[in-house]
Design a protein around this ligand. Structure first.
Ligand SMILES: Cc1ncc(C[n+]2csc(CCOP(=O)(O)OP(=O)(O)O)c2C)c(N)n1
Length: 276
């Protein structure tokens, strides 16, 4: 796999393309799905891991680190590839993905993978655990921030709105939720399954600071994160408008690429679109 991954460059666009290639490569090798789910989060993860989160890959458990939770755990190939790129473990280790004995399962394990803060996969729990982390930080007068990336499908779950109510009530200003609003779930479109709109207004009434951005624009993502840190009284939500399958033309905005694994030809076509 190592030869298929571009050398780490300074530019976030190059880094994001490299992560996208790794995602396609992992799914192709392991013959697994969730490629579209992972591709949708790449630009957000790139900005978080390369320019926002205060973390140290040599000390994944550093007490004052910022916490990041990938609540939509099925998109973990994006997280694995980004953590590898950031230096938490060698990219070559990702060759073991989904093999017997691997650290890299189809949903991320905090017990096994350096840099993974919470084992996720059962949707609808990320913000709730993030609240615990943020509350512990607030009560302990710590300076760390807690960032949770959730899917739009998770916003159909009651646990998400209970968390939203709680964080707003406790004024957890160091909690930042990013919604990967790609408008698609496993088997259909959010608008047909359980419409979320008016989405921003819902968070506002739960007493959150709300921003809406293009979730593939690195500069916009960085600006929104920076603005979120200025809040002193409210938790922040960044509603990131994204495209499921972003970066690979035939995967973009289709329900099919929730579960399909890429064939040899599809991998080759994807790589031809993701070259530097
Ligand atoms: C509690 C729970 N119910 C069902 C599932 C099965 N499941 C996996 S992904 C998914 C939905 C995918 O849609 P979304 O959450 O919007 O994620 P994305 O479109 O970004 O992949 C579901 C229902 C799960 N992982 N957890």
């Amino acid at each position: 796999m190592a030869e298929t991954i571009a050398p780490i460059a300074n530019d976030l666009a190059v880094k994001s393309r490299s992560v996208r290639r790794t995602i396609v490569e992992m799914a192709h090798r392991a013959h697994c799905g969730h490629v579209g789910s992972a591709l949708s989060t790449v630009d957000i993860l790139s900005v978080l891991y390369h320019s926002f989160l205060r973390i140290d890959p040599t000390q994944p458990q550093w007490a004052d680190r910022d916490r990041f939770i990938l609540s939509k755990g099925h998109g973990c190939t994006a997280l694995y590839a980004t953590l590898a790129q950031r230096g938490f473990f060698p990219v070559a280790e990702l060759e073991t993905f989904l093999r017997d004995g691997t650290l890299f399962a189809g949903h991320p394990s905090a017990r096994h993978v350096p840099g993974v803060e919470l084992s996720t996969g059962s949707l609808g729990h990320g913000i709730n655990v993030g609240i615990g982390m943020a509350l512990a930080g607030k009560r302990g007068e710590k300076n760390y921030r807690t960032v949770v990336l959730v899917s739009d499908g998770e916003c159909d779950e009651g646990s998400t709105w209970e968390a939203a109510l709680t964080a707003g009530f406790w004024k957890l200003n160091k909690l930042i939720v990013i919604v990967d609003y790609n408008k698609i779930q496993s088997f259909g479109r959010v608008a047909d399954i359980m419409e979320l709109e008016p989405f921003a207004a819902k968070w506002t009434t739960f007493n959150w600071h709300v921003q809406e951005i293009n979730g593939h624009d690195h500069a916009e993502i960085a600006r929104a994160l920076s603005k979120a840190t200025e809040e002193t009284q409210r938790p922040s939500v960044i509603i990131a408008h994204t495209i499921k399958g972003k970066g690979v033309s035939f995967m973009e905005d289709t329900v099919d690429w929730h579960y399909w694994p890429p064939s040899d030809d599809q991998k080759a076509k994807a790589f031809s679109e993701l070259c530097d």
